[in-house]
Ligand binder design. Structure first.
Ligand SMILES: Cc1cc2nc3c(=O)[nH]c(=O)nc-3n(C[C@H](O)[C@H](O)[C@H](O)COP(=O)(O)OP(=O)(O)OC[C@H]3O[C@@H](n4cnc5c(N)ncnc54)[C@H](O)[C@@H]3O)c2cc1C
Length: 367
């Protein structure tokens, strides 16, 4: 029998594969009282499908991932739109030609758009770091940096941007386009009956047995032929080399007594607000409800046992510590470390599925 620690997306994909392809029994455990890990969702008292651990929009270019997940759900097409509250106006994010036209005087905006097309072409994502390197676009880069990136990033990570890994600031793009969608991936949709239902369908084989509110430390591992561990890698080793730091989030849910609160599922607040974004959940499934549910999102320090470890904090030092744990993990011959916590890495859902399918093929499936 196989043991899977964690009933999140990565653990459940591997469990499904083991049951289906190897015809073997799998025991999944999770310390939480529900399956799905961070993609868990539920219908609240307003009839709105709420994502328990923050807004999740599925998007991928991987047909294999799309086809795999489509066995377990019908989809509702959904294109994620994000607005930013900048200088008193709601504007599309990422910063694109529509944003430029909304925020700048017409002639200036037209010239800027013309120069951006000439320099970078159309439908290109150009990072603010790239813009800063070009004299012509320094003002624009500075504007986007201050109004979109700086306040948000300081709140998100409780750090100055220069203290952060370059990958964080380089991720902030402007888009040389009038396409307001947040992602341009081929496949974009939300599971019609929610992510939790998708997961439940995935693990419904009689060979799969789930124990909730069960911690890895409560388990006698001797009865299992292999363990797939999707929890925190430092916790597995009792933090023997030190703790890998995380950033956490707090969501304040509010019922608003009208059908709609904002135009898009997500609205970002850069400066002057202590929350980073407001999510209005009904947009994801285009639900028709009398009241609406919103979540204000506050970044927080991660405190063990008090809140959730959401984001690994990117820095050379933290990565080096992770690499040390990874070396220890290599000696655990019967354990596979998989997922965002075990790999100390931010993964989108499609990347998690891809990686879990790959791990099954390479490390578990024996013909
Ligand atoms: C705020 C936020 C928004 C996101 N939005 C998107 C998005 O829009 N689109 C997208 O593609 N991705 C998004 N993601 C990423 C997505 O949430 C992850 O890719 C996915 O949830 C990772 O799955 P996982 O199985 O690796 O981890 P998890 O979902 O964290 O599952 C791990 C499970 O293991 C359990 N566990 C850990 N240790 C133990 C233990 N010792 N004993 C028992 N159980 C244990 C945990 O309780 C947890 O349920 C977002 C992430 C965050 C934080």
């Amino acid at each position: 029998m196989y043991l899977v620690i964690g009933a999140g997306l990565s653990g459940c994909v591997v469990a499904e594969r083991i049951a289906k392809e190897l015809n073997k029994e799998v025991h999944i455990i999770d310390r939480r009282n529900h399956v799905g890990g961070n993609i868990h969702d539920y219908v609240d008292e307003n009839g709105v499908m709420v994502h328990t651990y923050g807004p999740h929009a599925f998007h991928t270019n991987h047909k294999q991932v799309w086809d795999y997940l489509s066995q377990f759900t019908e989809w509702k097409p959904y294109f994620h739109h994000v607005e930013g509250y900048i200088d008193g106006q709601d504007v599309p994010i990422p910063f694109n030609f529509n944003t430029i036209e909304k925020l700048f005087p017409q002639e200036y905006a037209n010239n800027l758009i013309h120069e951006l097309i000439t320099e970078f072409g159309i439908n290109k994502k150009v990072t603010i770091l790239e813009l800063l390197q070009n004299e012509k676009f320094k003002d624009l880069a500075q504007f986007v940096y201050e109004k979109v990136f700086l306040g948000y990033t300081q709140k998100q990570w409780d750090k100055k941007p220069e203290e952060l890994d370059i990958s964080v600031s380089s991720r902030v793009p402007i888009y040389t386009s009038k396409d307001d969608r947040y992602f341009q991936d081929t496949y974009q949709a939300i599971p019609e009956q929610g992510y939790t239902k998708l997961i439940e369908n995935m693990i419904q084989s009689p060979l799969i047995n789930v124990s909730l509110e069960t911690d890895f430390s409560d388990i006698d591992v001797s009865q299992y032929e292999k363990i797939i561990y999707t929890g925190m890698i430092d916790e597995y080793f009792n933090y023997s080399l030190g703790k890998l730091p995380y950033r956490s989030l707090e969501f304040t849910l509010k019922t608003i007594d009208k059908p709609q609160y904002q135009n898009t599922a997500q609205k970002n607040y850069s400066s002057n607000f202590d929350f980073t974004r407001i999510t209005e959940y009904k947009h994801f499934l285009d639900q028709n409800t009398e009241k609406t549910t919103i979540a204000l999102e506050y970044p927080k320090a991660y405190e063990e046992g008090i809140n959730e470890p959401y984001y690994p904090i990117p820095s050379d030092e933290n990565h080096a510590l992770y690499v040390q744990y990874r070396k220890l993990a290599k000696n655990e011959k019967n354990v596979i470390f998989l997922g965002r916590l075990a790999e100390y890495k931010y993964y989108n859902m499609d990347q998690i599925v891809k990686s879990a399918l790959y791990t099954f093929e390479k490390e578990i499936y024996v013909k």
